[in-house]
Design a protein around this ligand. Structure first.
Ligand code: GLC
Length: 554
């Protein structure tokens, strides 16, 4: 295996599959492994190097599968272990790597160990695997401290015997105790279990949580919200030791396995600590995702991520959409600064122009794919899917809706099942619906809006100007052009409000530039530039309009 193959993760394009909503192979309205296998050709044609699959383990799905009841099995709604192994092998045959998702901060309350902990009672060794405490106040009726759940409300739930357990997320997601050796061992066993089945790596869920400050002190406003290692449960220095042991496990395989951290750590220097040579290989640079659609903001966040990651020898990892954030065409449909709010609830009330959002999204994607490092695509962005902002509230599934006291809609709007065929029941999401007879097919688990017909894969396929063709063309150029992928970026002089960058590969090959017009008026193309790809049509005078990116041979 060449060094290039070993380092595939340094400049890969990784496609995120939210399995519940990708493709449904058995017509029950929920995506599954059979559906995923039936769409492998789509992913191969798109040109992705790897697929990251959100949790597919047995789960009550209280938080879309991030409440794992058994880490070393497959939820029967998605398939079984044999199907998972067959899928990994089929992807490998096409040269596509597979990353899974590991959820180390919490279990499901339906995990065998949590059931045992509840049954065993206060003071038992079974409770030691979680974070159980007595409450405050004379009768212990007050939560042990003032921590709040990320979804809203207190982070503590009282059980019938009077003790409380910690859940930084939903009440059905009890935090595990990382001081307990069995917890550490069990997660290491899970890594090996899937690595032994051919999986190439893991995305690490809330990688900056897990370790709690001894004594579980209250959060003090104005003291603990600065993330400098002094927060009682976020980004604590001891978490790095966990990743050193995981890296050693990954490195014991040939070829070595890889990790990508989901760590919303705003300071790029602190984020880069997760990427030191004996820790994780990559971590999402979310500051790029939350940059405003303004030249200065984009450039600063790109520079910071590259500088801090380069200092530890790691590539930057870019992403614009995922299963937690409002899809980027809908964020960018608002005023430029709206991009800084990544949740639908942050932008919902702002006026939106969907056409403008899609134009900017196409431009943003070409900017992202021109940057050095790895890029993640979220399922459906290759169809230009918007966020679904008006799911009837009685159909919302994200625990955010309940835990916020019905004040936040949460993340379902980016999780709506994909449209594959405009004229099929459930827009072809249930791939066997037609053959099984439409009446036999359950509706998709979240309602799909009519606008999805326009974005369906078959409609996109037949339109040469579609988002799908743009993504395919961009990935093909990215693979073929010697200056793209790894290497460095140099900013070039460009008109006010625009970005121009040149790329050079590690081997010194150049000849690629990109011009991103984030201003509000058209700009001229540089002289002697040949357009390789444009995110939208140029003007009649061959200028680059506002909210458009062009890739140039120069
Ligand atoms: C991560 C996941 C998110 C989940 C949370 C709790 O942020 O991406 O979907 O709700 O962790 O596991």
């Amino acid at each position: 295996m060449s060094a290039h193959d070993l380092d595939w993760w340094r400049n890969a394009v990784v496609y995120q599959v939210y399995i519940r909503s990708f493709a449904d192979g058995n017509g029950d309205g929920t995506g599954d492994i059979a559906g995923l296998r039936s769409k492998l050709d789509h992913l191969a044609r798109l040109g992705v190097d790897a697929i990251w699959i959100n949790p597919w383990y047995p789960s009550p799905l209280a938080d879309g599968g991030y409440d794992v009841a058994d880490y070393r099995a497959i939820d029967p709604r998605f398939g079984d272990t044999a199907q998972a192994e067959a899928f990994v092998a089929e992807a490998h045959e096409r040269g596509i790597k597979i990353l899974l998702d590991i959820v180390p901060n919490h279990h499901s309350d339906e995990h065998e160990w949590f059931r045992e902990a509840l049954a065993a009672g206060p003071g038992s060794p079974e409770r030691e695997r979680y974070v159980f405490r007595d409450g405050r106040g004379p009768d212990g009726a007050q939560p042990p401290n003032n921590w709040e759940s990320m979804f809203g409300g207190p982070a503590w739930e009282r059980v019938p015997d009077g003790q409380w357990y910690l859940h930084l997320f939903d009440v059905k997601q009890p935090d595990v105790n990382w001081e307990h050796p069995e917890i550490r061992e069990d997660f290491e066993r899970t890594l090996r279990f899937w690595f032994d089945r051919g999986v190439d790596g893991f995305r690490v869920d809330v990688a900056n949580a897990m370790i709690k400050q001894p004594g579980l002190p209250d959060i003090e406003q104005g003291v603990n919200d600065v993330q400098d290692g002094g927060h009682p449960y976020l980004d604590r220095d001891d978490v790095h030791e966990v990743y050193r042991s995981w890296r050693a496990i990954g490195d014991s395989y040939d070829p070595p396995k890889v990790f990508v951290a989901e760590a919303w750590v705003p300071d790029p220097e602190r984020l880069a600590r997760y990427l030191r040579p004996d820790e994780l290989q990559t971590a999402f640079s979310f500051n790029f995702l939350t940059a405003a659609w303004l030249a200065d903001d984009l450039r600063r966040n790109i520079d910071d991520a590259i500088a801090e990651n380069t200092a530890v020898g790691a590539p930057a990892t870019w992403v614009l959409s995922n299963h937690d954030v409002c899809r980027h065409p809908s964020r960018l449909a608002r005023k430029p600064e709206a991009g800084r709010g990544w949740l639908l609830d942050d932008v919902l009330d702002l006026p939106a122009d969907p056409e403008l959002g899609l134009r900017r999204a196409r431009a943003a994607t070409l900017l992202m794919l021109a940057l050095p490092g790895t890029a993640y695509l979220y399922q459906g962005e290759e169809f230009g899917l918007p966020e679904v902002e008006d799911i009837p509230v009685e159909q919302l599934d994200d625990p955010t809706w309940e835990l916020s006291g019905h004040s936040k809609r949460g993340r379902d709007g980016c999780r709506v099942p994909l449209p594959w065929a405009a004229n099929e029941p459930s827009f072809g999401f249930s791939v066997n619906a037609r053959s099984a007879g439409a009446a036999l097919s359950d509706p998709a688990w979240l309602p799909q809006p009519e606008v999805f017909a326009r974005h369906a894969a078959d409609v996109q396929e037949s339109d040469p100007d579609s988002v799908l063709h743009l993504y395919r063309d961009a990935l093909a150029i990215r693979h073929a052009h010697p200056a793209l992928g790894g290497g460095t970026l140099t900013w070039l002089d460009s008109p006010e409000g625009t970005l121009a960058l040149a790329r050079t590969s590690n081997e010194g090959e150049s000849g690629f530039t990109a011009l991103v017009n984030v201003s509000s008026s058209p700009v001229s193309l540089p002289e002697d530039a040949e357009v390789l790809l444009a995110s939208g049509p140029l003007t009649a005078r061959d200028e680059v309009p506002a909210d458009t990116t062009v890739w140039l041979r120069q």
